[in-house]
Write a protein that binds this ligand. Structure first.
Ligand SMILES: [Zn+2]
Length: 290
């Protein structure tokens, strides 16, 4: 490579004397130049894929960042997080506005997923909810929404997530049933089956934003944890919750015990994750279970 470059350089020297000077300068400052190029563009880890999460490094001098028009907070060292909803379209735009007013744009191509879709020739279960259910549901949803609106200073979002519990995966994120052409809602989390009473742990650091004092109609004993920067986890159907609202938890700390409270056919942990409005697949943060 180097030899060929020198030949080209020689040819250019003969052609025009001004150009080689610039090239020699570029070569001498190669490390410096590439460091500069790195600093003015985005860096990423993670996959641009439906239900996925990416941790980014904002270009040096970023004053503000927006993702499809929505402001995204940037940590002190330039790190940030973005995620792609289960049904995200193919394209997203990330724009950094620098201190000097310039903008750095990154077009993101989001890969689609092959969701597990099951066509069944039965009609969707009629969801006629009792008056008693409806009376309870409103306040429950209000509590869930209030918990999701909490923004803690947790740095859990920067960590590599661990599985809260290991066991058979009895339900995948994003799977969906179509009843005689009528799509049901997709599965919003990952289900891990384990014996009732099994302890599960925090997948990453966070702050407890909801610890149900009595079982919710569908979620049962619901536990929610904020990992910072709009990223949060919900754990459903627990037999027992071991932590309190406002408490800081550490990755790997036992936070609850598996049960089948609420709407569940057997003991399992339903773990769902959201980044702002995007529903995301926990397995893309943990990697496959070993
Ligand atoms: Zn589930």
């Amino acid at each position: 490579m180097r030899r060929r470059f020198k030949i080209v350089l020689g040819a250019l020297t003969m052609a025009a004397t001004a150009i080689p000077a610039a090239i020699v300068y570029a070569e001498a400052n190669d490390a410096e130049q590439s460091a500069f190029r790195e600093a003015v563009k985005f860096g990423f880890s993670g996959e641009a894929i439906q239900g996925g999460v990416m941790i980014g490094d904002a270009p040096a001098g970023t004053a503000s960042l927006s993702f499809d028009g929505e402001a995204v907070p940037v940590d002190e060292d330039g790190k940030f997080i973005i995620a792609f909803n289960r049904d995200a379209g193919q394209a997203a735009n990330l724009v950094a506005t620098l201190d000097n007013g310039e903008t750095v744009r990154k077009f993101i191509n989001i890969a689609p997923r092959n969701w597990k879709i099951e066509h069944v020739s039965i009609n969707r279960r009629a969801t006629t909810r009792s008056a008693a259910f409806m009376a309870r549901r409103g306040p429950e949803l209000a509590q869930i929404n209030a918990a999701r609106s909490v923004t803690s200073d947790s740095k859990g979002w920067r960590e590599t997530f661990v599985w809260p519990v290991k066991g058979r995966i009895s339900g995948q994120f994003g799977s969906q049933r179509i009843y005689n052409g009528d799509p049901g809602s997709y599965h919003s989390g990952v289900d891990v089956a384990a014996p009732a009473g099994t302890y599960y742990v925090a997948p990453a650091d966070g702050v407890v934003t909801l610890a149900a004092s009595s079982p919710f109609t569908l979620e049962g004993n619901l536990l929610m944890i904020d990992h910072g920067m709009g990223l949060n986890s919900a754990f459903l159907h627990s037999s027992e919750i071991l932590v309190k609202e406002g408490q800081e938890v550490k990755r790997g700390q036992p936070i609850g015990r598996i049960g089948s409270t609420g709407s569940a056919t057997g003991p399992h942990l339903h773990w769902s994750m959201k980044w702002n409005q995007a529903r995301i697949d926990p397995i893309l943060l943990t990697g496959p279970m070993e």
